[in-house]
Design a binder for this molecule. Structure first.
Ligand SMILES: [Zn+2]
Length: 493
C-alpha cells in the first residue's frame, strides 16, 4: 500500500518542483538579463504560476495525500516521514488564514513594496508610513491565527527559524550587545590608521570578472552546476543541487564589494550544491533555514574570506589580474584594508564587527512594533535614536535610515535576527573545525576542500532533514554569543 502512496507523493513533488523551478528561473531572469519593461508580462506569468502552486499545495488532492502519509506513520521511512512533517507545516501556515484576508495581504504586499521603492527614492517616509503600519498589523494578526495562545513575535521568528523564540533571541542579543559595543569602539579606533585607498582606485570591470571566476574556483564551486550573473543587489537563486545561480554587482572603484559578494553568495551556493542526491526534487532538497544559510555565506565571506590566510592565498592572483596595480601591497596590508572597521549608516555595507549592531537595532524595533509599544510613525525617530546609541552616528535622511531595507515592506518581520545568529553560528563552526584540523593552514595552502568536506558532512548533505536549532546544537552545542564575541575580539582588537 505504501508503494502506491510513495508514487502519489513522487508525482506531487514533481509538479511542485516544476512550478517552483519555473518561477525561480523567471525571478532570476527578471533580476539579471530581462529587459526593463518585461515586468509587465512576468508579473502576469508569475501570478498565474503562483495561483497554480497555491491550488496544488492546498487543494483536496494535497490534503488527501498529506492525511494518507500521516496515517501511514511509522511504516514510512525517515525521509518520507520528514517530508510529511514539512508539508504539514507549510499547509497549516497558509490554510489557517481566511482566504479573503490572504488575498488582501498579497495585494497589499505588492503595493507596499512598490510604495517603499518610491519612498526610498524620494526620501519620503510619510508616503510609506501607512503601508508599513498595515504590514506590521497583518504580520501580528497572521501570527495570532497560527498560534492564538503564543507570543506573536515568537511565532514570526519560528516561521523563519524553526525553534527560535523571542526569549532565546533576547538572551543572544543581550549577551552580544554587552561585548560588541566596546569591541566595535576599539576596532574602529584601531582602524583609523588603515589607508585603504589602494583598493579604491580604478579596477576595470572586465578584470573584476576574471577575479570572480578565479574566486569561484578557489572556494570550490562546481561551475557545471553554478553560474554567476550580474544584478543590482546580489542574491542567490537556487532551484536544485544541479542548478544554482549566484549574482554580483561590479563597482569600478570598489573591487572588494563584488569580491566579497561572490564569496558570500558562493557560500549560499555551496550549501545548496552539497545537499544529498536522494533529497533532490523534494521539499527536503534545500537549505533548512535562513540562519543556517547565512551561517554558510557569512562564514565564507568573513571567517574565511576576510582572514589573513585567505588574503595570502589570493593576493598573488589579484596582483596578476590587475597588474601593475597593487604591486606594492603586501598580504598583511591587504588584510587590514578588507577588515577596516567603521560605524556606518547602511547595513549591507557594514563591516564584520558593526554588522550585528545594525541587526540589533532592527530587532529591537520590530519587537516593539509587534508588542504595540511604538507605531510606524515613531520608527524614523526611534531609528535615529538607536543609531546614535549603538553606533554613535547621526542618520541624516530616512533613505539612509529606516527606509534602507526592503524586508518590512515585503512583510518579512522576524527575519533580521537570522543574519546575526548566522554570523555567530559561523564562529562556533570555526571553533569545532579547529579541533579537527588547522583551518588557517588549510586556507593558506588553498585546501578549502577540507573545509567544504567538513561542512558538507555536518550540514549541507542533510538539506532540510533536521530542524535548524537541533542541527546546529548537534554540531556545536548551544548558541553562545561569547564565542562569536571572542572571535571578533581576537581578530580586531
Ligand atoms: Zn546572504
Amino acid at each position: 500500500m505504501n508503494e502506491q502512496l510513495l508514487e502519489r507523493l513522487k508525482s506531487f513533488e514533481k509538479s511542485v518542483f516544476a512550478l517552483g523551478h519555473a518561477m525561480g528561473v523567471l525571478y532570476y531572469d527578471g533580476n539579471t538579463v530581462a529587459p526593463k519593461r518585461s515586468a509587465i508580462v512576468r508579473g502576469e506569468t508569475m501570478g498565474e504560476l503562483s495561483r497554480m502552486a497555491y491550488e496544488l499545495t492546498t487543494g483536496p488532492e494535497a490534503v488527501k495525500l498529506l492525511e494518507d502519509l500521516e496515517a501511514a506513520g511509522d511504516s514510512l521511512d525517515p525521509v518520507t516521514k520528514r517530508k510529511a512533517v514539512l508539508m504539514r507545516r507549510g499547509f497549516d501556515e497558509t490554510s489557517c488564514i481566511p482566504m479573503g484576508e490572504y488575498v488582501e495581504y498579497v495585494k497589499l504586499q505588492t503595493e507596499s513594496m512598490d510604495t517603499w521603492k518610491k519612498a526610498k527614492e524620494t526620501d519620503d517616509f510619510d508616503l510609506f508610513e501607512p503601508y508599513l503600519q498595515k504590514m506590521f498589523d497583518f504580520a501580528r494578526k497572521f501570527a495570532l491565527y497560527r498560534n492564538p495562545d503564543g507570543d506573536p513575535y515568537t511565532t514570526m521568528l519560528d516561521s523563519f527559524e524553526k525553534g527560535l523564540t523571542a526569549e532565546r533571541c533576547d538572551k543572544f542579543f543581550g549577551d552580544l550587545k554587552k561585548r560588541l559595543v566596546p569591541i566595535a569602539k576599539k576596532a574602529a579606533e584601531k582602524s583609523k590608521t588603515i589607508d585603504d585607498s589602494p583598493i579604491n582606485g580604478c579596477f576595470p570591470v572586465e578584470k573584476q570578472r576574471i577575479l570572480s571566476d578565479y574566486l569561484m574556483d578557489v572556494i570550490g564551486l562546481d561551475k557545471d552546476r553554478c553560474t554567476l550573473g550580474e544584478t543590482e543587489h546580489p542574491f542567490t537563486d537556487e532551484f536544485s543541487k544541479y542548478d544554482v545561480r549566484i549574482t554580483t554587482h561590479y563597482y569600478e572603484n570598489m573591487p572588494a564589494a563584488s569580491m566579497y559578494s561572490v564569496i558570500h553568495e558562493g557560500g549560499h551556493a555551496l550549501y545548496e550544491l552539497g545537499t544529498a542526491d536522494e533529497l533532490a526534487f523534494t521539499n527536503l532538497g534545500r537549505g533548512v533555514s535562513m540562519a543556517i544559510h547565512e551561517s554558510q555565506s557569512r562564514f565564507y565571506e568573513n571567517i574565511i574570506g576576510r582572514s589573513e590566510a585567505f588574503c595570502e592565498l589570493i593576493l598573488p592572483k589579484i596582483k596578476e589580474i590587475f597588474a601593475p596595480q597593487l604591486a606594492d601591497v603586501g598580504a598583511r596590508e591587504f588584510f587590514r584594508m578588507v577588515t577596516k572597521v567603521q560605524p556606518s549608516l547602511i547595513r549591507t555595507e557594514a563591516d564584520e564587527v558593526t554588522y550585528c549592531l545594525h541587526i540589533m537595532i532592527r530587532y529591537e524595533l520590530e519587537k516593539k512594533m509587534i508588542a504595540g509599544e511604538i507605531r510606524a510613525k515613531d520608527l524614523p525617530g526611534e531609528w535615529k535614536r538607536l543609531y546614535k546609541e549603538y553606533l554613535g552616528i547621526d542618520v541624516p535622511t530616512d533613505r539612509e535610515g529606516v527606509l534602507q531595507d526592503m524586508h518590512w515592506s515585503d512583510g518579512n518581520i522576524g527575519y533580521f535576527p537570522s543574519y546575526a545568529i548566522g554570523s555567530a553560528y559561523g564562529a562556533q563552526y570555526l571553533r569545532e573545525m579547529q579541533k579537527e584540523f588547522d583551518v588557517r593552514e588549510a586556507v593558506r595552502t588553498g585546501n578549502i576542500g577540507k573545509i567544504n568536506s567538513w561542512l558538507e558532512e555536518k550540514i549541507w548533505r542533510h538539506g532540510s532533514m533536521i530542524d535548524p536549532c537541533e542541527l546546529f546544537e548537534s554540531i556545536c552545542g548551544p548558541l553562545d554569543a561569547n564565542v562569536f564575541a571572542d572571535y571578533l575580539e581576537n581578530k580586531y582588537c
